[in-house]
Design a protein around this ligand. Structure first.
Ligand code: FES
Ligand code: FE
Length: 422
């Protein structure tokens, strides 16, 4: 076995129901580089939501899989994803975070591209051959694959990748549940939460779908809710964890906090009660009682392998992250909300978005601290070689606070890196 294979080797013992992950997976430069080649260059990666580029000319730029991407809707209403690097000599073409533009001019030598990426003009055009643009090489380079599912747009840097829908597989069921919150559609509410953590990105994967840590790490939040009149419904924390295949996983559970879709808490008063009942009646009409209750009352933390997390909890947070080093990652998170929700609900939703998972909220600073402490352990105490991910292994219906979700992720992670090793 090569040294690299040893670095990524899982210890799985079904008889003893033990599953261990090597801590070298969090510290190795070779793993970090292999992840870029084998995972972030081959998997479908979340780019953005349709609501971010509604009008012709609307664009956003963001880093996806380590590449700077220009995501826009062109004058013909087509959605595009370009590598935001000038075909001339490489400068970043669009240096704004978001806006609306009929064309993009590279600031270095002044080449101008249409919103469809085609080169429209360049200074000193007469110095180039007549058919210079004919082969398309002078246009903004497109990301090889760009596909959408229910308003969620993904890119893939591997032209030969399987179609997005096939890749999403069983995870589609959960994206459908989120997308079905409103018949009128969902929108990303303006603004992005951005922060960095001095910890490996896979620690945040685990943490995002970890029902086990809530009562200890987030004791402060739970105490705060208990101490705030009317902020809890009489609903016990209870649910299941699921391996969805392809590395995707979810926990789905009932919880006592309020959800503007559609779990009322006394603090929302009569106005809130009537509105939540209206929303639930609408969901029941569209989907029947059982599915309506699942949409309205159940929480879910969904991982789309490798690095998209949708936390449909007291608000809906869409979160992606990307490693900049084995022990450092950058995170982006957006609030997703029904376009037609009432003012009170939007206000509550955004309070929740900030209060729990915001970078200055009750949860994220505590999670960040936990993740950085874990990373410090891996970096400093190399003699302690293994992480334990065994909880609930072999259980027919794993609980939301078991670890089947993480095993799903690690199994796929190992499979993808192992392919590169052989
Ligand atoms: Fe963009 Fe030269 S690098 S015009
Ligand atoms: Fe947490």
């Amino acid at each position: 076995m090569s040294q690299f294979e040893q670095t990524i080797k899982l210890h799985v013992d079904p008889a003893r129901k033990v599953f261990k992950v090597p801590r070298s997976a969090f510290t190795s430069q070779a793993v970090f580089e292999a992840e870029r080649d084998q995972i972030f260059s081959r998997c479908w990666l979340y780019l953005g939501h349709a609501s971010e580029i509604v009008k012709p000319g609307a664009f956003v730029t963001r880093s996806v899989g380590g590449r700077n991407i220009l995501f826009n809707r062109d004058a013909d209403k087509q959605v595009n994803a370009f590598l935001n690097t000038c075909p001339h000599r490489g400068a970043t073409v669009c240096r704004d975070r978001a806006g609306n533009a009929k064309s993009f001019q590279c600031f270095y030598h002044g080449w101008v591209f249409g919103s469809d990426g085609a080169l429209k003009s360049q200074p000193g055009q007469e110095s180039y051959c007549e058919d210079f643009v004919a082969d398309g090489q002078a246009n903004l380079p497109r990301v090889p694959r760009l596909e959408e599912y229910r308003g969620f747009w993904f890119v893939n840097f591997d032209a030969g990748a399987i179609p997005l829908e096939q890749y999403l597989g069983n995870a589609r069921e959960y994206l459908d549940i989120v997308a079905d919150h409103s018949e009128a559609g969902l929108e990303v509410v303006g603004g992005t939460q951005e922060y960095s953590i001095r910890a490996n990105w896979k620690l945040l994967v685990e943490n995002s779908i970890d029902g086990y840590h809530a009562s200890t790490t987030h004791a402060t939040y739970l105490d705060y809710l208990k101490g705030t009149a009317g902020s809890l419904a009489a609903v016990p924390l209870k649910g299941v964890g699921r391996d969805l295949g392809n590395g995707h996983a979810v926990i789905e559970y009932a919880a006592p906090w309020g959800r503007p879709i559609a779990q009322w808490i006394p603090a929302w008063g009569e106005e809130g009660k009537q509105d939540v009942e209206r929303i639930m009646a609408g969901l029941t009409e569209r989907f029947g009682a059982e599915r309506a209750e699942r949409i309205g009352l159940k929480n879910r933390n969904l991982l789309i392998f490798p690095n998209l997390v949708i936390n449909d909890i007291m608000a809906v947070t869409v979160r992606t992250f990307y490693p900049l080093a084995p022990n450092y990652q950058h995170i982006n998170a957006w609030a997703l909300a029904p376009v037609d929700e009432h003012e009170w609900a939007r206000k509550r939703r955004l309070e929740n978005f900030l209060e729990f998972l915001g970078p200055g909220g009750f949860a994220t600073p505590d999670d960040v601290e936990a993740l950085q402490q874990c990373q410090a352990g891996y970096d400093n105490a190399r003699e302690a070689a293994w992480n334990d991910i065994s909880k609930g292994m072999g259980r027919e219906v794993p609980s939301f606070d078991d670890e089947v979700q993480m095993r799903a992720f690690w199994t796929q992670w190992n499979k993808m890196l192992d392919a590169s090793a052989s």
